[in-house]
Write a protein that binds this ligand. Sequence first.
Ligand code: ADP
Length: 263
Amino acid sequence: MDVRAEGLRFDYPGPLRAVDGVDFTAREGELVCVIGPNGAGKSTLLMLLAGMLDPDAGAVRLGDATLADLSPRDRARRVGVVPQALDRLPEVHVREFVLGGRYAHLPAFGRARTRDREAVDAALAACDAADLGERLLTRLSGGQRQRVLIARALAQEAPVLLVDEPTNSLDPEHQLTIFELLAQQTCEGRAVVVVTHDLNLASQFATRLVLVQAGRIAADGPPAEVLRPEVLRGVYGDRLTYGSLPATADGVARPFVLPWRAQ
Ligand code: ADP
């Protein structure tokens, strides 16, 4: 299912215009990384796409439906959200937490059925977290916790997945594992949108990069078009070093960008 936004605008009380006339698309099978400096409006954009905030102008469409017209249950059938690592986690076991992602599929006040338990098992397995089911959420490492947050969203079986900074505080191996897992979701026809500061993981895994600056889209294109000094200098300054790595499995060479002072 495609997610499309047109003319999105959002002001926080103040007023502070956090999102200022954004057109955004993520198509089925795409992994779109939203990049940009701190305070650019990335998380606000993600919350608008998720329906967690209502836009002051513009609209979000999920397939042929307008997000604002959908009930919370219908939204949850279409969009799964992986929030930034939660500060306060509930004192529950992993399996119970992931089952919470099935809310939209459970009958009101109903109990989980076999189908729901199977979805939870499949989501945990997809996230390499099958052995964590009986553990307490609060006792997991950062990497395990992140995998469980993604599993909860996958258990929802929604065709659109919105993910906010999934690799913060993870070691390099776990960063790769998380992005591989997200990229895998696109093979199953999902549209995946990931907010990230990691330009190199974005370069490696994204079909498209959307660069946000001061609430607007400053660039939108494949990694090789966006990760160039001409595009990034005005956003991140001139203290980055640019290069390119040989072609990956899809035959496309990928640019990389390092916060490495030239002198
Ligand atoms: P990013 O995710 O790119 O760091 P955000 O979307 O979090 O940016 O924030 C965009 C702007 O909105 C920033 O100036 C930020 O300070 C402001 N902002 C974010 N959340 C709130 C809030 N709850 N109340 C007021 N201002 C906010």
